[in-house]
Design a protein around this ligand. Structure first.
Ligand code: XIL
Length: 369
């Protein structure tokens, strides 16, 4: 293979002066990603520059969700998602597809039809099959990893079904647990080369117990045994400094998934904390300025230490464009860049972690003599 020298260096072929997250990650075969807001891509110049320069993987924050791509039944709108895929191709980035089956952000025509009985469960199954086939086919060959199924397991404080699934999940309730294996099979038929992931939160012990981890682990192990085409686990990684974080358990759980023969990916990393207001997002507790980068760093290091971990994605670029203030009352400060798109301590901490893994400054022992 012919690789121009400059590219070989930038991709980790030797010591490089490029200290972007993406270049440093490439030195250890790890893609560093971000969720991208379609509304800011292109129109916000500083934002767009950061996405291109710092990241080697992108996820559509909303543009590939069902309500975005099929606003009316049978009428598709791929524009925003296509634009992102094109941007990624132009910038040498891999695309994470997010997400095919999820209880949230389903189109109104679908939920209304199910609620009023005009869509029967048998029809719902066909509609889901069609959706998965349409979307995966549309992006065939262009998506590296798909979050095929999102958030179907019960939380540790809820009473699960016997198989660990959330008994109130929209899809499980209407179509039964078996639909999960089917969605993976349908996605695989449409694009046999894409990596197919199960994606969820609190599946590496972050909520203080390993109950949800164990349920996902057992379920996925069983899927593999049945030959269901599932390639990996997406651990979302939404943390909150008020709860603390057991980094040892997190790493051990990631490793356990890896030991099943699965790849793992950190798919939606952010670390929120209480802030004075959502405009400035200054932490109310001075120590949170240390806790936030610390937890971000532990999220990255766990991935770096597990050889099956293939990508580490932050859920958004900067605090001014994060889902956190709108979702968690009084909280913010969750990302790597501040409200003015300036890099935060969390950014330089991850950069350091990546540099250290790439060999740091000192080189091999003895080279200092
Ligand atoms: C969030 C987006 O960030 C918001 O913009 C949107 O309004 C709601 O969804 N888990 C997921 C993501 O898998 O898709 C969610 O993204 C955050 C939680």
């Amino acid at each position: 293979m012919l690789v121009p020298a400059a590219v070989a260096v930038a991709n980790g072929g030797g010591r490089s002066h490029d200290t972007s997250l993406r270049a440093l990650g490439a030195q250890q075969g790890l893609r560093i990603g971000t969720a991208v807001d379609a509304a800011q891509l292109g129109s916000n110049k500083a934002y767009t520059g950061i996405v291109a320069d710092q990241f080697s993987a992108v996820t559509a924050e909303n543009a590939m969700k069902w309500d975005a791509v099929e606003p009316s039944q049978g009428v598709h709108n791929w524009k925003a998602a296509d634009d992102l895929v094109k941007f990624a191709q132009q910038n040498g980035q891999a695309v994470r597809g997010h997400t095919l089956m999820w209880h949230n952000q389903t189109p109104g025509w679908l939920t209304t039809g199910v609620a009023n009985g005009s869509i029967t469960d048998a029809q719902l199954r066909d509609i889901l099959h069609q959706h998965v086939t349409d979307e995966v086919t549309h992006f065939k060959g262009k998506v590296w990893q798909w979050d095929v199924v999102n958030e179907v397991f019960a939380n540790s404080w809820e009473t699960p079904q016997a198989d660990g699934l959330n008994r109130d999940d929209f899809w499980v309730k209407h179509l039964g647990s078996g639909v999960i294996a089917d969605v993976f099979r349908w996605a695989h038929q449409a694009d046999p080369k894409a990596l197919l992931m199960y994606n969820d939160y609190n599946i590496t012990g972050e909520d203080g117990t390993n109950v949800k981890f164990q349920a996902v682990y057992d379920f996925v192990k069983n899927l593999r045994k049945q030959g269901v085409p599932i390639d990996g686990i997406g651990e979302q990684g939404h943390l909150d400094t008020q709860y603390g974080f057991d980094a040892q358990r997190y790493q051990a759980d990631l490793q356990a998934y890896g030991d099943l023969g699965l790849k793992v990916a950190i798919t939606e990393a952010d670390v929120r904390t209480f802030v004075g207001n959502s405009t400035d997002q200054v932490p109310t507790d001075a120590l949170a300025q240390f806790a936030q980068p610390y937890e971000f760093s532990e999220l990255l290091k766990g991935c770096q230490l597990v050889s099956q971990c293939i990508s580490f994605t932050a859920w958004g670029v900067y605090d001014g464009d994060s889902w956190i203030p709108g979702t968690f009352s009084g909280e913010g400060y969750g990302l790597l860049y501040d409200v003015n798109l300036q890099p935060k301590v969390a950014y330089s901490t991850l950069q350091q972690d990546l540099k250290l893994a790439a060999g740091g400054h000192h080189g091999p022992a003895g080279s200092g003599n």
